[in-house]
Design a protein around this ligand. Structure first.
Ligand SMILES: *Cc1c(COP(=O)(O)O)cnc(C)c1O
Length: 339
């Protein structure tokens, strides 16, 4: 089946806006710079997981499931949006969260609770998370529920279609604006967004290159895994494209400039600075876990690496609730006090 024929259900508000960032262009002295607002995809405060969930939840419903289960860190945005998708479709939701159960709920956890999610915490490794999920699924099954399991980040070939299919949406918007861009910069975690976009750009012959910024300096999701994932997408939906790891370059930083920061979801000063830059120039917010890092990479590449005059698009993937998590609020206090 071709990507255009795969069934999805409407969850978000699409197309998301494509906007020019003129104030940022003046501040940085380069451009043109655009932002694709997937933080404004509506449902459950929006974010990049909605495009993936439109395909995944369609499959869950098709299979007769009434409950969605997924995995992530305690502050997972993907978890929050999976819960939101369940609520919208009259389904139940279960999150298997990797970490200690916090005694003070903040950020996404507040929203997960408000929407009625069933939360389970484990500090164990992947095996233990799987075992916990099996146990919970068995309990739900015994009560007559049918659970649909979604991988971390919604990043399988079906979920990746969400971003593959964003490419024609974006190409049409650029066309309508009379704009052209050579680069599309996105944050990358579990690879679904980047690999979907990369495959889509090749399949639809987009005029821009997709540039992934890693949000985790210790990630095991590298070029090798990304290329294999792209080939899987191509095989599953007969795209007829190839991908070699040598064609991909996950960006972690440049010299002393670190886009990926010190670790996943650990606060750092360079990311904070990038967050403040976009807030003070465009009144658009990015977050300390994902988009502050990818936006930092976007700014550095636009100023120092992309050839002068080449248009660049920043994909805003959401994540705003991380601004108000306990760990990031604590870290931000001295920075904010110094203003
Ligand atoms: C999940 C997420 C990403 C990364 O997307 P992947 O498809 O996992 O690579 C980027 N930004 C935000 C805000 C996210 O929640």
């Amino acid at each position: 089946m071709k990507p255009e024929e795969v069934k999805k259900i409407p969850l978000g508000l699409f197309p998301t806006p494509l906007q020019r960032m003129s104030n940022l262009e003046r501040e940085l002295g380069c451009g043109p710079l655009y932002i694709k607002r997937d933080d404004l995809s509506d449902l459950g405060l929006g974010g990049n997981k909605i495009r993936k969930l439109e395909y995944l939840v369609a499959d869950a419903i098709q299979q007769g499931c009434n409950t969605l289960l997924t995995y992530g860190g305690p502050q997972t945005n993907h978890g929050r949006l999976t819960v939101a998708a369940a609520v919208r479709n009259g389904m139940k939701s279960i999150l298997i969260l990797h970490g200690a159960k916090p005694d003070y709920l903040s950020g996404n956890l507040v929203l997960d609770k408000m929407m009625g999610a069933d939360l389970y915490f484990t500090e164990g490794d992947g095996e233990e998370q799987k075992a916990l999920a099996q146990k919970v699924m068995a309990e739900y099954g015994a009560r007559g529920d049918k659970v649909y399991e979604i991988p971390v980040g919604g990043s399988n070939v079906l979920g990746a279609l969400g971003y593959l299919m964003m490419i024609p949406e974006l190409m049409k918007q650029l066309d309508e604006m009379g704009a052209s861009a050579k680069y599309l910069v996105t944050g990358s975690g579990s690879l679904g967004t980047f690999c979907g976009l990369w495959a889509g750009a090749k399949y639809f012959r987009a005029g821009f290159e997709v540039v992934p910024i890693s949000v985790n300096p210790q990630t095991t999701f590298r070029e090798e895994q990304a290329a294999a994932f792209i080939r899987q997408i191509s095989d599953a939906y007969s795209l007829g494209i190839t991908c070699d790891p040598g064609e991909l370059k996950l960006q972690f930083g440049r010299g002393d400039v670190s886009y990926a920061g010190v670790a996943y979801n650990v606060p750092d000063a360079q990311t904070q600075e990038a967050m403040h830059l976009l807030a003070r120039t465009e009144a658009i917010f990015v977050d300390p876990c994902y988009t502050g890092k990818s936006f930092h990479g976007f700014v550095d590449l636009a100023q120092n690496v992309f050839p002068k005059g080449s248009g660049a698009i920043y994909l805003h993937t959401g994540g705003i609730p991380a601004i108000w998590t306990k760990e990031h609020l604590d870290a931000a206090q001295p920075v904010l006090a110094a203003y």
